[in-house]
Design a binder for this molecule. Structure first.
Ligand code: EPZ
Length: 419
């Protein structure tokens, strides 16, 4: 198991390139199952989760060829075996994104139920209810979802609550259904919009992506497409906070400021100086950091995937900050580790109250999930002394070359391996 050793107390400076979005690349790869033609994807991040999904696609009968570090060509002449096995799905919950495409393309699917993870139970009931509405017969047995449908039929699918991958699964399934599907209370995330852009490039007929009502006109078949995945807004937000927490001045390149409005607003309220251009964001410190209250929300609100990172920033801000995690039921796994580094954080239900500023000291800490591990790295950058972050495979799932990118900004960080 690899770990990162970080010497804190240095201000970050310079420029860093933002990679393609993991949460856009994963649905894009799943969408390749919908056609026998070749789909070319560019700006795919070089992260573990992409490798896991490519392995899953291979087992389903898709041919994925790596054309470059960030470039893939995927074609699925036929679905050899529509089964997503437990050992892959338990590693990466996003594997459930193959469910909709398999039922739409092959008329059947056997996908392991994802089970919970560090941030919550994470059921997929809304995905399954939506597929039932489209006419699929769904059975749950032996820990698997068995789904069957001669051909899906367009229908109205009203999500009781917003679900990002649920919206993506149903949008993909509906592209090959007979007739029209309308998704209401749909997720509005940029990753949903990017997936719709890819599907339209493949010949799908989709309107309304990015709003709460998405209309899909089913077609007989989808075709080839070349697609460039959008930049990762969560990675971008993580580096913005890394700059803010170390009192540095950093420019992010190849990113989409328009996808980070709520985050940039929050950082400006904290007292940071933020400038943006068409594909860059520059952040610098103007004044001492001010504590603010914050609640996570579905897009375009403040993203839950940056909650842990923002909490670390609040440990260095003057005053008391209440952070309300409204999306996941247990996304405070990072709090005990932050306390060990000196943070003053009280938890009450889904709210955390942070008192700052508190000096942080380096410690041995252990990552628990992707974004919690990113927050421990940020804390280490701000802490006095040395921190060792264990189990950085959590980080490698969604952050490309994090130690190289941080070192490029002047951080003292190195990867230690047991190998
Ligand atoms: C996506 O997960 C992201 N993953 C998550 O990013 C992100 O945190 C989340 O959306 C929220 O923005 C990918 O896109 C691959 P949801 P998803 O369905 O789709 C409940 C990361 O770090 N729910 O929008 O699984 C669910 O338990 C990951 O990159 C149901 O109850 O999230 C949660 O409380 C972590 N039933 C809430 O809804 C369902 O059928 C939102 O979940 C589906 C969801």
């Amino acid at each position: 198991m690899d770990r990162l050793r970080i010497e804190g107390g240095r201000s970050l400076a310079g420029a860093v390139r933002v990679s393609g979005a993991k949460n856009a690349a994963l649905p894009a790869l799943a969408a390749c199952l919908l056609t026998g033609s070749e789909v070319r994807l560019d700006n795919v991040p070089d992260v573990w989760d992409v490798g896991t999904l490519v392995k899953l696609l291979d087992g389903l009968g898709a041919r994925a060829e790596r054309l470059g570090t960030h470039r893939w060509a995927v074609s699925t002449p036929e679905i050899a075996s529509p089964e997503a096995p437990y050992d892959l799905v338990r590693k990466m919950r996003a594997s459930v994104l193959v469910l909709g495409p398999l039922v739409a393309r092959a008329g059947r699917a056997r996908v392991s139920l994802p089970g919970g993870c560090a941030i919550g139970a994470r059921p997929i009931d809304r995905h399954l209810e939506g597929l039932r509405q489209l006419g699929a017969e769904i059975r749950l047995e032996h820990g698997y979802v068995e789904a069957r449908a001669e051909r899906l039929t367009g229908a109205l699918v009203d999500f009781p609550d917003v679900t990002v991958t649920g919206t993506e699964n149903l949008m993909m399934a509906a592209t090959l259904a007979r007739g029209t599907t309308v998704l209401t209370n749909a997720a509005r995330e940029p990753e949903v919009v990017d997936l719709a852009r890819l599907l339209r490039g493949m010949g799908a007929r989709i309107d309304g992506a990015g709003t709460s009502v998405i209309t899909i006109e089913g077609v007989e078949a989808l075709g080839p497409c070349e697609h460039r995945v959008i930049a990762d807004r969560i990675e971008a937000g993580t580096y913005l906070i890394a700059a803010a927490i170390t009192g540095g001045k950093v420019t992010l390149e190849d990113c989409e400021p328009g996808h980070l409005r709520a985050v940039l607003e929050a950082l400006a309220k904290v007292g940071l100086r933020v400038e943006t251009g068409p594909s860059w964001i520059r952040i610098g410190n103007g004044r001492p950091l001010r504590a603010i209250d914050l609640a996570t929300e579905p897009y375009p609100g403040f993203p839950t995937d940056l909650q842990a990172q923002f909490m670390v920033l609040m440990t260095q801000a003057g005053g008391s900050s209440t952070i309300d995690e409204t999306i996941f039921e247990s996304r405070f796994m990072h709090v005990p580790e932050l306390r060990r580094m000196g943070a003053s954080i009280d938890l009450a239900g889904h709210a955390a109250r942070v008192e700052g500023p508190t000096p942080l000291t380096g410690a041995e800490v252990t990552a628990s999930d992707l974004r919690a591990s990113a927050c421990l790295v940020l804390a280490a950058l701000a802490a006095r002394g040395e921190t060792v972050v264990h189990r950085v495979y959590h980080l490698d799932r969604g952050y490309e070359a994090i130690e190289k990118k941080l070192a490029g900004l002047g951080a003292r960080v190195e990867r230690l391996s047991d190998r």
